[in-house]
Design a protein around this ligand. Sequence first.
Ligand code: SAM
Ligand code: SF4
Length: 324
Amino acid sequence: MTAIQFQPFKYLRLSLTDRCNFRCRYCLPEAIQAFHSTENTLRMEDWKKLLPVMRELGIQKVRLTGGEPTLHPRLLEIIELLTSSGFTETALTTNGFRLAKLAPEFKRQGLGRVNVHLDSLRPAAFDKASQTKGLLDRVLDGIRIAKDLGLKPKVNLVLMKGENDSEAEDFMEFSDREGVEVRFIELMPTGTNADYFKEFFIPVTEIKRRLAEKMELIPLERDILGGPSRRFEIAGSKARVGFIGASCEGFCDSCQRLRLTSEGVVKRCLFEPGGLRLKPLLDRGATSSEIDLAMKKFLSEKWTFNPHVAGPVKEAFPLARIGG
Ligand code: SAM
Ligand code: SF4
């Protein structure tokens, strides 16, 4: 564990569930499908108590994630709670399975934007990455509907060497055609995908280099709440691209992301083992000031557990469990 210079946390990623209807091979390999029981997960009244505390602590942006957040039975109520809590930005990240149907509801509840995870534009590669069958068109429909409704979708894909890295240019054409920003995310080691990581990791800088040989990448200003993404527009096209890589220099210094898992554990870093367990406090009826105090103590230091900086990941956790 290494101490770093850090920005105060302004961005909360809130995982609603660790369950998912996809089985992305780097996230939920077959061996890791033990989900938390529902009695261990946060309830509506817990979020009602926690969100104002987070707001007071300086969180400006909240993103709902998971697992797959659209599987949560009370998702729309949670979005309503979120959008009425005074945050500057609200967003949701999804695999797109239910997006076409839910996007109008998201808009009605005042959600700001959605990110959609789409690892390939080729049906067979999409099926292989997500371990699903025939869902690509459904996800693409969801993205178009979200765009038409003004939910400003961005597309996220995790780079896998030999699987989808040859699609970088196709994704730029897609971005140009659909008017949707595409972000290349570097595969991260999670302690449950060590062999997969060894075989499929490719640095995001390599994809940037390949694209830069074919097109001019013009840097865009960094979005202060947008996290560690390095963004560019493509000269002569409407395409926009972001590169996000834990191995990239400055990744941790610019990270302002706090995470709250569906079991009520706060993490200051994606790779943090343990974290602050709020569930016992909530279950014994702790007041907002008690929770605020516990949070302030926990947040007074920021450490990085990033394996590219601090050494190999020891704890076994899939990102679905902590809200990637
Ligand atoms: N199910 C939703 C989705 O797929 O967007 C939300 C949760 S998912 C854990 C959030 C993001 O984490 C997705 O973009 C996914 O591709 C990414 N992700 C999961 N495991 C990852 C890993 N090992 N390395 C990098 N990104 C990962
Ligand atoms: Fe599910 Fe998202 Fe993980 Fe894929 S990345 S298995 S869609 S939680």
